[in-house]
Write a protein that binds this ligand. Structure first.
Ligand SMILES: [Zn+2]
Ligand SMILES: [Zn+2]
Length: 284
């Protein structure tokens, strides 16, 4: 079971709100990269993605990849990468056992090299589709292979369809999930459309159901108000129709939540909404 759960804020980009929410206005909004850290009673420290890290700057210093740095112009958190923040909490990055990957965009995998003993858990198509693509298609999809550790392939744990089963969690519209640790504590949930094999994670903690939805919507408001991002971002989606279908199902879920806390990776409200949701546990 999950003994502890907390979020780390690893940095942010600044974009026009219109870009991530059609009709959102031209004002600028911060888009943080926030990762949940799960402490499992027997499997230890588990991350869902890594957020930004210094490696991103190294990999985008020249060539076509430099365009990614210019377009995203991310800022690292003043508290440092996920590895630095874990160290500050007394957790050795070498002790991170698993990193579940929602997808392979650089803001989700930039810190992988900082966790030398972690195994990487993801849908096989999330990686296979990218690695088979040409250099230009990889660039269009935002894939930076240099962010992967040299022994990446030896440390992969592909999520098997055999772990797909009816979840014990009540997530209307998302009745099936991958039982990632085999004990019902962490569920991988398909959220197709944003990138190949795009995955969310759901779990029960502190008497509530938390659903980390990665990049299925950049903002929580996109889910509650059913608003798509700008069509400009369709260029980077792996499947526009699937993305819209996923967003519709999340919108439906948000209106029938029964206490389910939906937390997008980039939403500026995620940290505060998470703190509010666990507040009653901290008081006990
Ligand atoms: Zn993404
Ligand atoms: Zn992202």
């Amino acid at each position: 079971m999950i003994k502890d759960l907390f979020l780390l804020d690893t940095g942010y980009t600044t974009q026009s709100k219109n870009l991530v929410l059609q009709g959102g206005g031209s004002e600028k909004t911060h888009l943080p990269a926030q990762i949940p850290v799960f402490i499992h009673e027997t499997s230890g420290v588990i991350l869902f993605d890594t957020g930004y890290a210094e490696h991103f700057y190294h990999e985008t210093r020249k060539g076509l990849s430099r365009l990614q740095r210019i377009l995203a112009s991310p800022h690292l958190s003043s508290e440092g990468s996920a590895a630095a923040q874990l160290k500050a909490r007394g957790i050795d990055p070498c002790d991170v056992r698993y990193i579940i990957l929602s997808h392979f965009h650089p803001d989700h995998i930039a810190g992988l090299k900082d966790f030398p003993h972690a195994k990487f858990v993801f849908k096989s198509e999330a990686y296979d589709t990218l690695v088979k693509a040409s250099f230009l298609v990889q660039a269009k999809l935002g894939f930076l292979p240099g962010l992967l550790p040299e022994d990446f392939k030896d440390r992969c744990v592909a999520i098997s369809k055999t772990t797909l089963r009816q979840g014990s969690l009540l997530l209307p519209g998302f009745s099936q999930g991958y039982d990632l640790l085999g004990d019902g504590s962490l569920w991988g949930i398909d959220l197709p459309g944003h990138a190949p094999g795009h995955l969310g994670v759901a779990l029960e903690y502190c008497g509530k159901t938390f659903f980390f939805t990665a990049d299925a919507s950049y903002l929580y408001q996109g889910i509650t108000d059913l608003v798509y991002p700008s069509p400009v971002l369709d260029l980077v989606l792996s499947d526009r129709r699937a993305f819209q279908d996923t967003l519709h199902r999340l919108n439906h879920l948000s209106q029938n939540t029964n206490g389910i806390v939906i937390l997008p990776y980039h939403c500026p409200r995620t940290m505060e909404r998470f703190s509010d949701a666990i507040h009653h546990c901290l008081e006990v």
